[in-house]
Design a protein around this ligand. Structure first.
Ligand SMILES: [Zn+2]
Length: 406
């Protein structure tokens, strides 16, 4: 087994239980993964540092005095019942890439840091991309440390505990300005497999908006209230849900999901009085997200006028699309083409640490195929050959990016 596959298998044992892998930030299992990363870095004498939220940086020195580092990495945490590849792959590949540069005696002008971001999944402390958002200044470090989990444990306390805390004997990172960021990740979707290509260069990470919709109607006896007199909150919800689905199809390159629906009182012979449901809209194009939101609001207004119900649409979260750097994308394509490998442009529907990094430095992402397009489940998988191809492409990309960035 090659190093990348061996190490992923090692990490997959940390936090493994019968339904998958669980490595939430600040748990012993997640800390063990950070320890493993630290051990790999120490074995090669890469300068290892951490920051106050636990992000880890393993630096291979560059040749030019004062040059900013190129950062390469991903995250070590998982969703509950997660798989072995989401995040972990990009971190392991980054370390393998540094080693490959050693083996070739390849000097780079810029230092290259393999990075393990903490808390990307946002399960325990309810803030996605926690580590990278603090690193890039999108979130204040003190505020992040004050976040609490469902048991009331703060991130500050979790990171101070010996079980899940910061690593012993690893110095704190100095301030750094970043030359570029490259993240290698599993696709988590079906496009590369369907197109039978080993690599994708990400065009943009989709923006996302989330809503809570509440429809208030009038309850009543399912047998006695005539159809014309009803204010059925579930029938109104059905119209809104289908309107959102249609709007996403019409807009194109966008997806919309109603994943949660609560019906009250939820009785077989009672007309629904209230429905509450979630709407999640994503697209790499902000105007298309806007168009789907508009359709949702219009459908709500229309249902209210026609159906004896009150509707409210509340936007809970809004994240702008993050386009990847065009020049860096071209650089990655060039690096991959020189290896005689095929790569296509793909958007990313899922969020990544690269979203945060793209606000402070030229950023690009490489994808490898996910078997069956499955992800965030124990069964997520990428073939060992594709995993190795990804590392090869990452090494070539680092060498090209080193020539191109300031
Ligand atoms: Zn991920």
């Amino acid at each position: 087994m090659s190093a990348v596959n061996e190490r992923l298998a090692e990490l997959a044992e940390l936090g493994r239980h019968e339904n998958g892998i669980d490595r939430a930030l600040g748990t012993p299992q997640e800390r063990a993964a950070r320890e493993r990363f630290a051990a790999w870095a120490r074995a090669r004498n890469y300068a290892l540092t951490q920051d106050r939220v636990g992000n880890l940086f393993a630096r291979r020195a560059g040749t030019r005095e004062g040059a900013r580092p190129i950062l390469v990495g991903s995250h070590l945490d998982t969703v509950p019942t997660g798989g072995a590849y989401d995040g972990a792959y990009g971190v392991v590949a980054a370390i393998c890439a540094l080693e490959a540069l050693d083996e070739r005696n390849a000097a780079t002008e810029h230092p290259v840091d393999a990075v393990a971001w903490v808390g990307e999944e946002g399960g325990r402390f309810l803030l996605g991309c926690l580590g990278s958002s603090v690193f890039t200044g999108a979130h204040d470090v003190e505020r992040a440390l004050s976040l609490q989990d469902s048991e009331g444990v703060t991130l500050r306390d979790a990171l101070a505990s010996p079980e899940g805390g910061l690593l012993d004997g690893v110095p704190m990172r100095e301030e750094m300005r970043v030359a570029a960021y490259v993240e290698l990740h599993v696709e988590q979707g079906p496009v590369l497999e369907r197109e039978a290509v080993p690599l994708g260069v990400v065009t943009a990470i989709a923006g996302q908006r989330r809503y809570r919709v509440v429809i208030d109607g009038t309850s009543g006896h399912a047998g006695t209230v005539p159809m014309a007199r009803r204010g059925d909150a579930l029938c109104a919800a059905a119209e809104l849900i289908l309107a959102v689905e249609r709007a996403a199809i019409v807009a194109g390159e966008s997806v919309a999901t109603v994943g949660r629906l609560v019906v009250e009182p939820n009785g077989t012979n009672v007309i629904p009085a209230r429905t509450t449901f979630s709407v999640d809209i994503r697209s790499p194009h902000d105007d298309r997200i806007e168009a789907v939101e508009k359709a949702l609001r219009e459908a709500a207004t229309e249902a209210q006028a026609r159906r004896r119900v009150n509707t409210s649409v509340e936007r809970l979260e809004s994240r702008a699309p993050a386009p990847m750097d065009p020049k860096l994308r071209a650089t990655l394509h060039k690096a991959v083409a020189a290896l005689d490998l095929k790569a296509i442009d793909v958007p990313s529907g899922a969020g990544h640490d690269a979203m945060c990094l793209s606000r402070i430095a030229p950023t690009a992402m490489l994808f490898v195929p996910s078997i069956g397009g499955r992800s965030h489940v124990a069964e997520e998988e990428t073939s060992p050959e594709d995993l190795e191809t990804g590392v090869t492409a990452l090494v070539a990309s680092i060498i090209e990016v080193d020539k191109f960035v300031i």
